[in-house]
Design a protein around this ligand. Structure first.
Ligand SMILES: Nc1ncnc2c1ncn2[C@@H]1O[C@H](COP(=O)(O)OP(=O)(O)OP(=O)(O)O)[C@@H](O)[C@H]1O
Ligand SMILES: [Mg+2]
Length: 341
């Protein structure tokens, strides 16, 4: 009987490989190809504790507006009487609050947003793409610091980064990338094994009719970037690049570098293929075919779109009320801002 399956190929991935892909480790070597970015490193341990604590606690709006005063932000500044403030403290003794426990970072984020405009956040490796449901615009675009807190707190991908960082003993960093209107059709993932491209794929799994006719042009750009920029500047011989190639196709932007390992999504390839494919001078740029139905039509991150905080909160009526209030406040504030523009 013919074999109808193949054995799973082993794709070893070392701690070092994972560390090489920490944003700040490669950023400076590729700066001229990376869209405008600020890295805050290391972030204070309280910020990590804040991301790890249950629920989502945003700073109260009143305190928020006093952040630029010279007064340290505390009970005096928030309009509570001392007695009420003390009672608040008693109730949530262990709770980490941005304005109390990491005001400098909070201010730094606000300053970066003031300087760059809207940003999209990530930690050492991951962006909270699975948590876009929590923001009204349904993207990772953050126009204010609270949106960054909401996204990071609600994301399972961020939980994963925290786990890996702790396990490996890495310093944590907050990466803020200036938001730009990026056309997802022109994002590609390039698999490099032993210094050879073994495959490339669309990153956004929708059908775009114009991509096929661009194949040669795109591959020329990938080849040039991989050979002249990526391989000479990256410590590993195997890695996975996320590239963005906007019209008029004269510049390649580096969005991310990921480990050549099963934990990286192989998208239109399988990891078995990528591990065993014969490395030749030519390789396939795999695209979604016309009238695609089935496997790839499924919603991205659907497995990760369980809103954990909502689920947790649903077990606790007080928490769901708080979550709903925070949400309403954020929406109101955005409405006010757009009305005043
Ligand atoms: N500066 C930016 N402005 C707007 N959108 C961006 C920007 N940078 C990245 N994105 C979008 O965010 C997506 C995720 O970014 P990134 O690849 O860094 O996340 P990731 O968590 O590493 O993803 P993966 O798990 O697939 O490796 C990108 O595919 C791109 O669509
Ligand atoms: Mg990545």
């Amino acid at each position: 009987m013919p074999e109808s399956y193949s054995a799973l190929s082993e794709i070893p991935c070392t701690k070092e490989q994972v560390e090489n892909c920490i944003f700040s480790k490669w950023y400076s070597r590729f700066k001229s190809h990376v869209p405008i970015t600020r890295i805050i490193k290391p972030v204070p341990p309280e910020f990590i504790q804040y991301l790890e604590q249950d629920g989502i606690k945003l700073p109260p709006v009143e305190q928020e507006t006093s952040i630029y005063t010279s007064e340290p932000v505390g009970n005096q500044a928030n309009g509570y009487s001392d007695w009420e403030g003390a009672r608040e403290e008693e109730q949530h003794e262990d709770e980490i609050k941005p304005l109390v426990h990491f005001p400098e970072l909070h201010n730094q984020i606000k300053q970066i947003i003031a300087e760059l405009g809207p940003v999209t956040p990530k930690l050492n490796w991951s962006s909270p793409r699975d948590a876009v449901w929590i923001l009204p615009n349904n993207t990772t675009k953050c126009t204010e610091v609270n949106e960054i807190y909401l996204l990071l707190n609600a994301s399972n991908y961020i939980v994963h980064d925290l786990e890996v960082g702790h396990q490996q003993g890495n310093e944590f960093e907050l990466v803020l990338r200036q938001w730009f209107a990026l056309n997802p059709a022109l994002e590609f993932r390039i698999f490099v094994r032993d210094s050879k491209i073994v495959g490339a794929t669309q990153r956004d799994l929708n059908y775009y009719d114009y991509l096929e006719s661009l194949t040669h042009q795109l591959k020329d750009l990938f080849d040039e970037f991989v050979e002249e920029t990526a391989i000479p500047n990256f410590p590993d011989k195997s890695f996975v690049l996320d590239l963005y190639v906007p019209r008029p196709f004269d510049k390649v932007y580096l969005i991310d570098i990921n480990p050549f390992a099963r934990k990286t999504d192989s998208l239109l390839f399988s990891w078995n293929e990528l591990a065993t494919i014969e490395a030749q001078d030519d390789y396939e740029l795999r695209l979604i075919p016309k009238n695609n139905v089935g496997r790839f039509a499924s919603k991205e991150h659907s497995e990760n779109q369980v809103p954990k905080d909502v689920v947790d909160a649903s077990l606790d009526p007080g928490a769901i009320k708080e979550l709903a209030e925070q949400w309403t406040k954020l929406l109101e504030r955005q409405q006010e801002e757009s009305d005043s523009e």
